[in-house]
Design a protein around this ligand. Sequence first.
Ligand SMILES: *[C@@H]1O[C@H](CO)[C@@H](O)[C@H](O)[C@H]1NC(C)=O
Ligand SMILES: *[C@@H]1O[C@H](CO)[C@@H](O)[C@H](O)[C@H]1NC(C)=O
Ligand SMILES: *[C@@H]1O[C@H](CO)[C@@H](O)[C@H](O)[C@H]1NC(C)=O
Ligand SMILES: *[C@@H]1O[C@H](CO)[C@@H](O)[C@H](O)[C@H]1NC(C)=O
Ligand SMILES: *[C@@H]1O[C@H](CO)[C@@H](O)[C@H](O)[C@H]1NC(C)=O
Ligand SMILES: *[C@@H]1O[C@H](CO)[C@@H](O)[C@H](O)[C@H]1NC(C)=O
Length: 378
Amino acid sequence: MAPGTEVLPLTCLMLLLLCRAPGAGAQRGQDFKLHQPQDKVSVKAGETLTLNCTMSGPSEPGPTKWLKGWGSGNRTIYEDTGFTPRVTRAVYESDTDFTIHIRDVQPEDVGTYYCVRFIKLLSGGNEVFRRGTGTEVSVLAQPSPPIVSGPNQRTGLRQSVTFTCTAGGFFPKDIGVKWFKDRDPISSQLPQVTEWREKSYNMSSSVTVVLGEGDVPSRLICEVQHSASPTVLRGTYQLSRVLRVSPSVDVSADQMSPIELNKTTKFTCHVKGFYPENVAVSWLEDGVKMKVQNDSRPSVLHRGLFEQRSQVEVQATEERNGSVFTCLVVHDGQAPVKRSAILWIASLDQKGLSKWSQKNNGVSELLGWGACQGGCLV
Ligand SMILES: *[C@@H]1O[C@H](CO)[C@@H](O)[C@H](O)[C@H]1NC(C)=O
Ligand SMILES: *[C@@H]1O[C@H](CO)[C@@H](O)[C@H](O)[C@H]1NC(C)=O
Ligand SMILES: *[C@@H]1O[C@H](CO)[C@@H](O)[C@H](O)[C@H]1NC(C)=O
Ligand SMILES: *[C@@H]1O[C@H](CO)[C@@H](O)[C@H](O)[C@H]1NC(C)=O
Ligand SMILES: *[C@@H]1O[C@H](CO)[C@@H](O)[C@H](O)[C@H]1NC(C)=O
Ligand SMILES: *[C@@H]1O[C@H](CO)[C@@H](O)[C@H](O)[C@H]1NC(C)=O
């Protein structure tokens, strides 16, 4: 070989090195264009995101990748050699269209994505050659169905009770919450919004309601409005779940006292206007438990409130004179309510007296009615 022939390949090699050096590459890359057309993209959670990137013009060999973020903390979202289960290319193996699809987008996919063309360095690594201007991706996520919660225990009338409505996992942060009791709006404070995971929010909104007797059939409604949800989302709460309405109790007799000896009479205990349904009614005769003859089932009175009647039948024996009959009502585990009636038995004397008085009606008249007022017969 001639001495000169050896020089040529060496020059070539040196040129090649130069060509692959960044400075020289830029020169050849003048005509190379990388186009990332989307500035901002919004996509709903669960849907597929398309990130566009096209390239034209000659370039040095090297990979193209999609990166999320730039600088420290960047992540490779897609490269031809990697395994990326959620990401596919729009045009498979295209040299010019590097558009990708990311399916089942989640709030944590929020960020800025860059289409990046690298060139392979002889040393083995890659160097950024061109990058797109970045596409800012926001993920719209609709809130979970609102849930309204109340106290763990029932509460009585005219007490303030706090109810809370929660919904989570939404983006963006703005959210509207309205409360209603049946159709009537209730004022509430602004919902508390807290960040939950990356780029997703939870909210909590509370109202205080004073419970009334007519609230058994009522319900609270929490309405949530969010840009990612096509409809208003509603959570409801049946107020009967927390309400306790205590009964009014009264005892009545079917005959006027005093009762004639050996006649039977009935006492009725009327337990009225209570909620919930569970009530236990019992009777005591002078403090001793009695057998109940007629116990009705609770029935609906009005506005969801119940009533119940319980009856005892007693014979007016002489030894029962002055006996106390007590109706004992235990409603929903509360302290018992008692109402009593006393059985008076007319004595034979009294009967005689009344006969006598009937006989002597004429005398009364003779004496003049006025003289007898205030209790001639007693
Ligand atoms: C993005 O790329 C896809 C697939 O190549 C194409 O159908 C679509 O029109 C492109 N959209 C934009 C905004 O360039
Ligand atoms: C991406 O991050 C790696 C290390 O985390 C870093 O070496 C590299 O330079 C970054 N690339 C870009 C384009 O910011
Ligand atoms: C936020 O909301 C999500 C979805 O409703 C729920 O699973 C999560 O427990 C909530 N996190 C907090 C801290 O409330
Ligand atoms: C009442 O009943 C008792 C016992 O059953 C009987 O001894 C008595 O004579 C009765 N009295 C009247 C006034 O009927
Ligand atoms: C029980 O009482 C109700 C009314 O309180 C009455 O309608 C019914 O006939 C009574 N039943 C019996 C067996 O006495
Ligand atoms: C029942 O008691 C009242 C009041 O003490 C009395 O006037 C009446 O005579 C009594 N009746 C009988 C049957 O003993």
